[in-house]
Design a protein around this ligand. Structure first.
Ligand SMILES: [Zn+2]
Length: 343
């Protein structure tokens, strides 16, 4: 059993990334709980409430902070204070000679808070894993992470995000989606690249692979093509990509700067007329630029209906998790017009 709950409420202009997971530890048969990023501050509050109310516990096996952009890390303090977290996985720029990196202060604050509470702190580098083998960090390697820290010094492109608050309290139109929609009517696909790629901060993000009941779930955070390629090489070597994923979160909210045709082929396979799995994009209802139409269509052509979190209080994907009465059915994105807008 597993369930993957996307909790950015998807309101306002920018959507946070906040994912709660519950699954069966394949070694012990006991339920395990994880959190991957905490969105903005309000998303952190939603995560705490979700874990307590829906999972009926305040114990969390691991919390992964993929990278220190505000839409991913803003709620981390709330999560650490509100739940009993066994392991915090977070990169620490200062430990690699980059104490001046803008991610160092939040990381060290969270590490101090975690240590105060008896939480074990681990840096999420390739090969770090646990929970009976279900959880595996696919990337970055420490060497690539340090390369990305160095590159951030050069670009100093600050990813300043203004938290759009007031998510919680919105009426829930959450979803349980296993709609094996008929996937047709997509426009023909032409070659596409990653539009110049993404920034080194995004490429430093931890990429998570979950293997539960033989089903692969890939959560690449905001990583781009070079980082995802290294992660896939590693996952190939670990035998985790023997079958296509059942669930993929589109990298960086579905931006066209984070995926190209070759990489999407590698992850999802060639186009097909059948259903293979589900793709989710964490996007806000007021952000028209995500997901990129050509990325969403490419997933659709490969048997993956694309769902967005926009306008949902939370969005859930599960295997045989108990049905929740307040869920409704989600509708996948229709084929989108592939215009040439630049995001
Ligand atoms: Zn993001």
């Amino acid at each position: 059993m597993y369930e993957v709950d996307f909790l950015p409420v998807g309101d306002g202009e920018k959507s946070g990334d906040a994912i709660a997971l519950r699954f069966t530890n394949p070694e012990t048969g006991l339920p395990a709980v994880g959190i991957v990023d905490s969105g903005f501050r309000d998303d952190g509050e939603a995560l705490v409430e979700h874990v307590k109310r829906e999972y009926g516990t305040s114990s969390v096996d691991f919390v992964l902070s993929t990278h220190p952009d505000l839409d991913h890390i803003g709620g981390m303090g709330v999560v650490l204070r509100g739940l009993d977290v066994a392991n915090l996985l977070i990169h620490r720029p200062g430990q690699h000679g980059y104490a001046g990196n803008s991610g160092d202060t939040p990381a060290e604050e969270l590490v101090a808070l975690a240590e105060e509470q008896g939480t074990t702190v681990v840096e999420p580098f390739q090969g770090v894993g646990g929970v009976g083998g279900a959880v595996l960090i696919a990337g970055p390697t420490q060497a690539y992470y340090e390369e990305m820290l160095a590159a951030q010094e050069v670009t100093t492109k600050s990813a300043s995000a203004t938290a759009s608050q007031g998510f919680f309290g919105r009426a829930g139109t959450a979803v349980l989606a296993e709609a094996r929609a008929v996937l047709d009517a997509f426009p023909g696909e032409i070659f596409f690249g990653d539009a110049g790629g993404t920034n080194p901060r995004n490429n430093s993000a931890a990429i998570l692979s979950l293997l539960i009941d033989g089903e692969h779930i890939l959560l690449p955070s905001d990583a781009g093509v070079p980082a995802i390629t290294q992660a896939l090489d590693f996952l190939d070597s670990q035998g985790r990509t023997a079958s296509v994923p059942r669930l993929l979160a589109l990298p960086h909210h579905g931006s066209r700067h984070n995926i190209d045709r070759e990489t999407i082929n590698r992850i999802l396979g060639d186009p097909t007329s059948g259903w293979r799995g589900t793709v989710v994009a964490s996007v806000s209802s007021e952000s028209p630029k995500y997901p990129s139409p050509r990325v969403a269509n490419a997933a659709g052509r490969r048997g993956y209906p694309v769902y967005t979190t926009a306008g949902s209080k939370f969005w859930s994907h599960s295997s045989d998790a108990p049905a929740r009465p307040h869920y409704s059915t989600a509708t996948p994105l229709p084929p989108l017009v592939e215009d040439d807008h630049d995001d």
